[in-house]
Design a protein around this ligand. Structure first.
Ligand SMILES: NC(=O)c1ccc[n+]([C@@H]2O[C@H](COP(=O)([O-])OP(=O)(O)OC[C@H]3O[C@@H](n4cnc5c(N)ncnc54)[C@H](O)[C@@H]3O)[C@@H](O)[C@H]2O)c1
Length: 402
């Protein structure tokens, strides 16, 4: 038996990654791709015709016509994750939402509660840690190759703009969100990076201090263009996160352990720049990748790290024309399919809520002059209250009514 999946939202990320990956997995018999839905009728129709699946403009109609759908992959903008995630769970279907899981922790909890009430599972489409290079890095950390993790850094340039010399920076202002397709930078790429920092540290954050600033005067852009956070992990490790749209682009990821180090200035590239303490000296450790061309796609077969003994990552999708990036999506889609078929918890699930919690702590700390925020967050933060008020103004209804 195969899991029967549908997708809601056929915009940019679905066209580039989710739909082609779903299609390849279905073609190779891993799952059934049953139907798709988008509010935009021409887009739904064209996409349905491209992939040869029935298309709809309403999820109710899609789920009504296809009661065999077991799980739904939701690829719509951030402000609608809690709305569609909860609605699909209320239909008794397992659900996966794109990252960030939802706008605030109460919104995450709406999805979680709807899933609990209806005995279904939820997954979050956090794709970065599922990509081959990241799987190998996390495997090296888990196997103790770097020793105890002491510091983890992630510095993320988004699009780089010059600083405007005349603008003095502001912190978070009102309205706090424009409720566009994606949230602020700490939630957008931040969801990925905070996830990676937590997985690199292999520990839970206990306290975060952060500052979020807006330097550019563009009135269309409400969100921050720069943010910095210091994260204390339970293990004693420290995380340093910076995201920026300003200044020169600098990609910088460093994972420092007591026995080894990964310093990666090209974290989208395939290399794993690993150094380890051998005797008294830090030495470069060769990392080999084996690749094969399948239907014109350069497909990773395995990564071999030449430690003694060797450490090997085998790509579970090595026989399919799926590139390194889409292995992340294939892996999250198969997590949802497995959940639906075997009623097992998905691979990431609550991890998606933790990433939102870390971002909420950064925003809250920034609103409170960088006061460290303790985690787990127990009460609704003032940032979340402001966001919920702004949501009510924008959509003329409370955030939990849809
Ligand atoms: N994991 C990644 O690497 C990655 C990359 C890019 C975007 N994303 C995430 O993907 C999500 C979608 O991104 P986007 O907003 O830029 O995509 P988008 O705006 O290009 O597409 C969203 C689509 O959803 C449709 N839609 C909205 N509400 C709907 C509803 N109720 N029923 C049916 N269809 C509906 C819209 O018509 C649109 O076509 C965001 O949450 C974003 O953070 C993730």
């Amino acid at each position: 038996m195969k899991a029967k999946l549908a997708i809601v939202g056929c915009g940019n990320p679905a066209q580039k990654w989710h739909l082609p990956t779903l299609h390849i997995l279905a073609k190779h018999g891993e799952l059934d791709f049953v139907a798709l839905c988008d509010l935009n009728e021409p887009l739904a129709k064209q996409t349905g015709e491209t992939y040869g699946v029935p298309w709809y403009t309403s999820i109710e109609e899609m789920l009504d016509k296809h009661p065999d759908i077991m799980a739904v992959d939701v690829v719509v903008g951030d402000p609608y994750h809690h709305v569609l995630g909860s609605a699909i769970a209320e239909h008794g279907k397992h659900v996966m939402v794109e990252k960030p899981m939802a706008l605030t922790l109460p919104c995450c909890d709406m999805i979680i509660d709807a899933c609990r009430r209806n005995n279904v599972h939820f997954e979050v489409a956090e794709n970065y840690f599922r990509m081959p290079k990241q799987r190998m890095i996390i495997k090296l950390i888990k196997e103790g190759i770097l020793g105890d993790i002491v510091r983890v850094y992630f510095m993320e340039p988004k699009r780089q703009d010059p600083f405007e010399p005349t603008v003095t920076h502001k912190g978070l202002g009102r309205p706090i969100s424009g409720f566009g397709r994606t949230s602020g930078m700490c939630m957008d790429m931040g969801a990925h990076r905070l996830s990676q920092l937590r997985l690199y540290a292999q520990s839970e954050p206990v306290q975060i201090a952060g500052t979020v600033r807006k330097y550019r005067s563009d009135p269309k852009s409400i969100h921050e263009d720069w943010a910095h956070a210091l994260i204390d992990f339970e293990s004693g490790a420290v995380g340093i996160y910076e995201t920026s749209r300003l200044g020169e682009a600098q990609k910088y990821c460093q994972i420092t352990g007591t026995r080894g180090n990964i310093l990666d200035n090209d974290y989208f590239g395939p290399e794993i720049p690993l150094r380890m303490l051998i005797g008294e000296e830090m030495q470069d450790i060769p990392v080999e990748t084996v690749r094969r061309n399948i239907d014109g796609v350069d497909v990773l077969q395995r990564i071999i790290v030449h430690t003694d003994p060797k450490i090997v990552y085998e790509n579970p999708f090595r026989d399919y024309p799926i590139d390194d990036w889409c292995v992340g999506h294939a892996s999250e889609i198969m997590s949802l399919a497995n959940t639906a078929l075997n009623d097992e918890p998905p691979e990431y699930g609550l991890g998606g809520r933790k990433d939102v919690e870390m971002a909420m702590a950064i925003y809250e700390s920034s609103l409170n002059n960088m006061t460290p925020i303790k985690l787990p967050i127990k009460d609704m933060t003032s940032y979340e209250q402001m966001l919920h008020e702004d949501y009510r103004k924008k959509f003329s209804r409370p955030i939990d009514q849809f």
